[in-house]
Design a protein around this ligand. Structure first.
Ligand code: NI
Length: 168
């Protein structure tokens, strides 16, 4: 089922998510919905809090349009190592019509459970490394715009307020 993606400045996006204790049928159903919602958007990643569920689950698929899907499901993900630096443009399904460069680690090692409850390790670089950091941020209630300089964030907030007013 495709879920509604919450958008900035919805307060649900600022809440911290709780670890998943048991990978139950409801968790499996949630992951299915998250994947469907991400592919429908379309986006390269989605975190559970973006659909209003505060559990530490992310889905990522950075495969190109002409490639077969390559879905990553990461439950209770943790970045155990980060190194290098990158400064690439990011967007977010929860922050429509806005993109900005964000400083991130260029390479990360992530540990998480997969849907079978098996601990997996990903050595990620480039776009995948950025996607992991971006999605794991969501679990802490952090959006990519929170990483911007004070000036850039102020410009973003002004733009968002104006867009909200125009909608009224
Ligand atoms: Ni996002």
């Amino acid at each position: 089922m495709i879920r509604t993606i919450l958008t900035y400045p919805n307060a649900e996006l600022k809440k911290k998510s709780a670890p998943v204790a048991i990978i139950s049928d409801s968790v499996r159903g949630l992951v299915q919905d998250m994947a469907e919602t991400m592919y429908d958007a379309p986006g390269v990643g989605l975190a559970a809090p973006q659909i209003g569920v505060h559990q530490r689950i992310i889905v990522i698929d950075i495969s190109a349009k002409n490639e077969p899907p390559d879905l990553i499901v990461a439950i209770n993900p943790v970045i155990v190592h980060g190194e290098g630096e990158t400064y690439e443009e990011e967007g977010c399904l929860s922050v429509p019509d806005y993109a900005a460069n964000v400083r991130r680690h260029a390479r990360v090692i992530v540990k998480a459970l997969n849907l079978e409850g098996i601990e997996c390790t990903w050595k990620a670089e480039d776009l995948l490394a950025i996607a992991f950091q971006h999605e794991i941020d969501h679990l802490e209630g952090i959006l990519f715009v929170d990483h911007l300089s004070a000036l850039k964030r102020e410009l973003f907030q002004r733009k968002a307020r104006k867009a909200a007013e125009d909608k009224r």
